[in-house]
Write a protein that binds this ligand. Structure first.
Ligand SMILES: Cc1cc2nc3c(=O)[nH]c(=O)nc-3n(C[C@H](O)[C@H](O)[C@H](O)COP(=O)(O)OP(=O)(O)OC[C@H]3O[C@@H](n4cnc5c(N)ncnc54)[C@H](O)[C@@H]3O)c2cc1C
Length: 597
């Protein structure tokens, strides 16, 4: 028995057209002016069809079959149907959807790419990891590649005939990339010989395409220790010269694939570089900055992975809650003609469903808002608008990544819980979502690393510039709707909690001056606090947008009631996180390490 999936077109359209008003935005954004609703709808509908018809049926079999590795040929075979689906993806022009037209892409904004990605990942997250890594490589090559590198490497990736990877992690270095040991020795022809072993490399080897372009972090001779001595290199599986001629096999091979908890159709590879030919991309010793170009895109994309899994798990849990009959409602039978009432009448089942619905729809508005910032940052003609979008985006990226993926762990678990024992057994397909979701809070920087990025870099190092902008935006929304009686129930608590956000930040800042451990001690609770407040803002905006839209009464009602649930039952979590933040680092560090056992 497999789970079903229907792309949530109505809610995506609502978020894009009503909440974020992207038509107004695109009308003045270079390269987007021609994008009207009809065109955007057409892309979304096609993506929905492809995801539902081609990818979704491969999800459960792909999980059961997994990838296989042949050590004699160092080759990876993806689950049955994955390769054919990739060919269809390429034929449909999806590989270059948001890539620049100059490189053969379709030049669509990320705001449209993001929901397309959500549909793909809901349908089949493991399959979606292959194009995801290409998307990161496209960004890095686009932003920091030299002309010849763009010509030679970017175009085939945009066309989908080659794919990309991101090779950072080594056995002894994950979160701390400063420890990495892979070496790059300059060759006479201007390339470098790359030597070292990378682990956990998604799509490091597969059977979709002939060539694979690895973007690899390594150290040049004499490079300073730590993150200031890392450079980024392009290392193709088959050598490619500056004119684009593909030559012999490069000295990079997959040594093994990992056996893992979930995401089984995605090849997680050990990659051995044995003097492989690599080309420096960007400046020497500035590789981490270059990598951040890929990582920021990928962090938003992983946030969307979380959203996507939550959505699919929720759709199925909702269907099950409507059909499965167990016990009677406490207030008396709701379906007296049936032997028992459906699960959906029970208070706690409703809590589980509404928790998912509110986290998913609020998260979608937040995620798509971040995508609009990417487009403004890349395309706006106005310097101020670009800088402002960049500042806000850099502040929101760790929140989107960590919050949407942590929510996925909660949502997929709640969805499984609604199925009871039938969720825990494999037959119904629900346990796959729990297993698949687990990695999303780990890769692309764990939740802890996102939290340190938020509080350490985005707040304290940048003097809270992003937070300030976001708070101004919330304040402007609240004052715009201050006299709107129908929004009062959302605007008043939102304004109050947003006011606290700056206070808490200052409290941590003062403490951190005396004791830097205060940042690490507060970071994850601070991130959750920020995430819940951000979602409250998008829920208030959603109700305002729904009220003034042409949607029918049921739609408006559903938005308002879900928002009411969010404010009543989810937003109070922010207060608990605030209390934890205010409790300081003291209780974490009081105990000696030796006393932990
Ligand atoms: C399926 C899969 C796919 C992956 N794909 C890729 C890929 O394509 N390319 C790639 O380069 N890597 C990839 N990775 C690696 C992934 O990005 C790392 O696993 C991740 O960054 C964490 O590193 P680590 O596993 O070494 O954990 P560690 O860094 O050892 O961390 C262990 C724990 O300690 C916590 N921690 C570490 N430092 C701190 C700190 N300063 N403060 C608080 N907590 C801290 C972490 O949050 C974590 O909970 C993948 C991993 C998996 C499992």
């Amino acid at each position: 028995m497999t789970t079903h999936y229907t792309a949530p077109l109505a809610d995506v359209r609502f978020a894009l057209y009503d909440v974020l008003q992207v038509e107004k935005l695109f009308a003045h954004l270079p390269g987007c002016e021609a994008l009207n609703r009809e065109l955007m709808d057409a892309v979304l509908e096609e993506a929905a069809k492809f995801s539902q018809a081609v990818l979704a049926p491969l999800n459960q079999p792909g999980d059961q079959q997994g990838c296989s590795f042949d050590k004699n040929t160092a080759s990876v075979t993806t689950p049955e149907g994955f390769k054919r689906a990739y060919q269809q993806f390429v034929e449909g022009g999806w590989a270059g959807l948001t890539a620049p037209e100059a490189s053969g892409g379709q030049g669509l904004p990320e705001t449209i790419g993001a929901p397309v990605k959500e549909f793909i990942d809901s349908a089949n997250l493991a399959w979606g990891t292959y194009p995801l890594l290409s998307h990161g490589a496209i960004e890095a090559l686009r932003v920091i590649g030299e002309d010849w590198q763009r010509e030679v490497f970017l175009k085939p990736i945009v066309a989908g005939t080659w794919t990309g990877t991101m090779c950072l992690t080594e056995a002894h270095c994950g979160s701390d990339l400063g420890l990495l040991k892979t070496r790059a020795e300059p060759n006479a022809d201007g390339s470098c010989a790359i030597t070292g072993t990378k682990i956990f490399i998604t799509a490091g080897e597969h059977d979709f395409t002939d060539n694979i372009v690895h973007l690899v972090l390594a150290r040049l001779p004499g490079a300073p220790a730590g993150v200031k001595g890392i450079s980024l290199f392009i290392v193709p599986k088959f050598k490619v010269d500056r004119e684009g001629h593909v030559g012999e096999r490069n000295a990079v091979r997959c040594g093994a694939i990992e056996h893992k908890m979930g995401l089984k159709g995605s090849a997680t590879c050990v990659m051995n570089f044995d003097g492989a030919q690599g080309w420096l991309i960007g400046e020497p010793n500035r590789g981490l900055n270059a990598m951040f170009v890929m990582m920021n895109t990928a962090r938003l994309a992983v946030g969307l992975q979380g959203l996507a899994l939550s959505e699919r798990a929720y759709q199925n849990a909702l269907g099950y809650a409507r059909e499965r009959l167990q016990m009677r409602a406490l207030s008396g039978a709701k379906f007296p003609d049936k032997p028992a009432d459906p699960l959906i009448v029970h208070g706690d089942v409703r809590r589980m469903l509404l928790t998912q619905k509110s986290l998913i729809e609020g998260g979608r508005a937040l995620g798509l808002y971040a995508a609009t910032l990417v487009d403004i940052q890349h395309r706006s003609k106005e310097d101020d608008a670009r800088v402002q979008a960049e500042t806000l985006l850099s502040f929101l990226t760790p929140i989107v990544k960590a919050m949407l993926t942590e929510n996925a762990i909660e949502c997929t678990n709640l969805a499984l819980q609604i199925y009871g024992g039938h969720g825990y057994i494999a037959e119904h397909g629900m346990e796959q979502y729990v297993r698949d979701a687990r990695i999303t809070t780990i890769y692309e920087g764990t939740t802890q690393i996102q939290a340190l990025d938020l509080l350490g870099r985005k707040i304290f190092q940048q003097q809270g510039a992003g937070l300030k902008l976001f708070l101004e935006e919330i304040a402007a929304f609240c004052s715009r709707h201050a006299s709107d009686e129908s929004l009062k129930e959302f605007v008043v608590p939102l304004a109050a909690i947003a006011g606290e956000w700056a206070d808490i930040t200052q409290t941590i800042g003062k403490r951190a001056m005396a004791n830097p451990d205060e940042i690490g001690a507060a970071a994850v609770d601070y991130l959750f606090y920020s995430g819940y407040v951000a979602l409250a803002y998008f829920w208030a905006r959603s109700v305002a947008a729904a009220d003034s839209s042409s949607h029918n009464q049921d739609f408006k009602q559903a938005k308002r009631l879900t928002a009411r649930f969010y404010f009543a039952r989810i937003l109070p979590r922010a207060s608990a996180h605030r209390a934890a933040v205010e409790a300081s680092a003291e209780s974490l560090f009081a105990m000696a390490d030796a006393l932990f056992d």
